[in-house]
Design a protein around this ligand. Structure first.
Ligand code: HEM
Length: 472
């Protein structure tokens, strides 16, 4: 292993040369529609390492077997790293949030009420889950073929057992709204942080807003470990040593069930309450007020009265907004989902550097669409598998969940205001919609339920090899 000083930190210019050492799906999405997330237990350190030794050659290699293409990637829980025999010193150097894990931190991040870990599936967040292997491929057959190969390898070495499998399939082109869309019918994703050195196209709105109104790229250390971040050259200093964190990242996995029928029904109720009419225009307007974008992806900040498909289709315009001249939320409510999770230039009660709270989202849908215009649930499991990528789970994911999605005081809203899409909802919840005839919604239903969560460390390839060879 290279002998780099533990405090060494790299710049954006170095990132370009390291892209191949960073796992797929981190700095750039994998554009293959079929996904599978295989959660495994390690019940024997030696045998698990043998399994990983075989698997290592598949990670990032874009395999082709029997004519089908697939990619394989892997992230570990704290328990998994412990089972693999990482030294106590290295284990102790991981941040507290990662060591405790998603289940232990549930109460802190708003996984309460309908979201509590007692309802999570497959033992997710529990002590048995050691790692998540995720596959991306072009077809059902590809998914089965890749799984068969991995299963055979697990059988050959022993020591690794599958605990839970979650499939995904991106709903691209199926709902008639353009490129991509999630179950509630909104285009997604549009806004992703743009990373300096990632060598990827980026557009106004993706990066950091400067005082002069221009946008710039984010420092890579906000997402990839070992690099300068927005605070300075050191970046995140965990885990130790440098070689273990180099080109790695932290991923928060969330299985989020979506109650599409409840959402559709509520749009009519809310449209009547806010505007005195539940015609299609007002139902769409309510949906947009809750999300902060029209279903097309056109942001309310740019077009508050009506959808504008030309803006939605234009990458130079659809993310180029700041909320700066909308302090009251007359255009886009301050409590709307996208304004909460990335408030841009919104004035906040407590000084907070928005650029330090950004998340890369590699979310993909699972389950089929609820048939168009159906208002009753069909009992089918559907939602989003979120994979949120960052350098510091506590500073990024946990802060966004805790401070920005739950409660409203950070923006001068009532403490009972929560994210209307993802929040807990229920009795006492509310949302203000300035400009509506009757500008408040009360007692919002719960539309999204957490069905599982994991905190994972996704090492760079050299570091993964080092873990397998017990060099840390
Ligand atoms: C089922 C649950 C969710 C749904 C349906 C959903 C839907 C959406 C949609 C439609 C957008 C707008 C498209 C875009 O700007 O890219 C969006 C943006 C976003 N969402 Fe969510 N989301 C969900 C959960 C979450 C969670 C749990 C988080 C983080 C903790 C999150 C963080 C974000 C962020 C950071 C953005 C980009 C905002 C911006 O930069 O303007 N979302 N989401």
């Amino acid at each position: 292993m290279d002998t780099l000083a533990s405090t060494r930190s790299l710049t954006a210019a170095d990132l370009k040369d390291n892209l191949r050492d960073i796992q797929d799906n981190v700095v750039a999405p994998i554009m293959m529609r079929y996904g599978r997330h295989i959660f495994v237990e390690f019940n024997d350190g030696e045998k698990s390492r043998a399994f990983l030794r075989n698997m290592f050659g598949r990670v990032n290699a874009r395999q082709e077997e029997h004519g089908v293409r697939f990619t394989v990637n892997i992230g570990f829980t704290y328990q998994g790293l412990k089972m693999l025999g990482l030294s106590q010193r290295a284990l102790d150097s991981f941040p507290q949030a990662f060591q405790v894990g998603a289940r232990g931190r549930a109460g802190d991040v708003g996984d309460v009420g309908p979201h509590v870990p007692e309802h999570w599936e497959g033992g997710l967040g529990g002590p048995e889950i050691a790692a998540m292997v995720w596959l991306r491929t072009d077809s059902d057959e590809g998914r089965e073929e890749a799984t068969r190969i991995l299963r055979d390898e697990m059988k050959a070495t022993g020591g690794v057992e599958i605990r839970f499998i979650q499939d995904t399939k991106a709903l691209a082109h199926e709902n008639g709204i353009g490129s991509e869309g999630e179950h509630f019918g909104f285009a997604d994703p549009i806004s992703q942080p743009a990373i300096d050195g990632a060598d990827a196209p980026w557009y106004p709105g993706d990066g950091v807003l400067e005082e002069n109104g221009a946008w710039r790229l984010l420092k890579p250390g906000e997402f990839v470990l070992g690099y300068e971040d927005e605070l300075g050259p050191d970046g995140t200093l965990a885990p130790e040593p440098f070689e273990l964190r180099w080109n790695g990242t932290y991923m928060v996995f969330r299985k989020l069930y979506q109650d599409v029928a409840a959402f559709r029904r509520y749009l009519a109720t809310a449209a009547k309450a806010l505007y005195g009419s539940d015609d299609p225009y007002h139902r769409d307007l309510v949906a947009a007020k809750m999300m902060g974008r029209w279903r097309s992806g056109c942001p309310l900040d740019l077009s508050p009265e009506k959808d504008d498909l030309a803006i939605a289709a234009d990458p130079e315009r659809r993310n180029n907004f700041t909320y700066a001249d909308d302090e009251e939320g007359a255009r886009c409510p301050r409590g709307a989902h996208v304004r909460r999770v990335n408030p841009r230039a919104t004035h906040m009660m407590r000084e907070t550097a928005v650029r330090r709270r950004r998340l890369i989202r590699r979310g993909v849908e699972y389950g089929p669409h609820l048939p168009e215009s159906a208002l009753e649930d069909d009992g089918v499991d559907r939602g989003i598998v979120q994979m949120l990528i960052q350098a510091d789970i506590e500073r990024q994911f946990e802060f966004v969940q805790k401070e920005w999605m739950s409660g409203g005081e950070f923006m001068g809203l009532d403490p009972n205001e929560h994210d209307p899409i993802v929040g807990v909802g229920g009795e006492g919840s509310q949302m203000s919609v300035p400009g509506a005839k009757q500008p408040f919604l009360f007692d919002l239903p719960t539309f999204v339920k957490v069905k599982g969560s994991e905190y994972l460390f996704v090492p760079g390839l050299k570091a993964l090899k080092g873990v397998i060879e017990q060099r840390f």
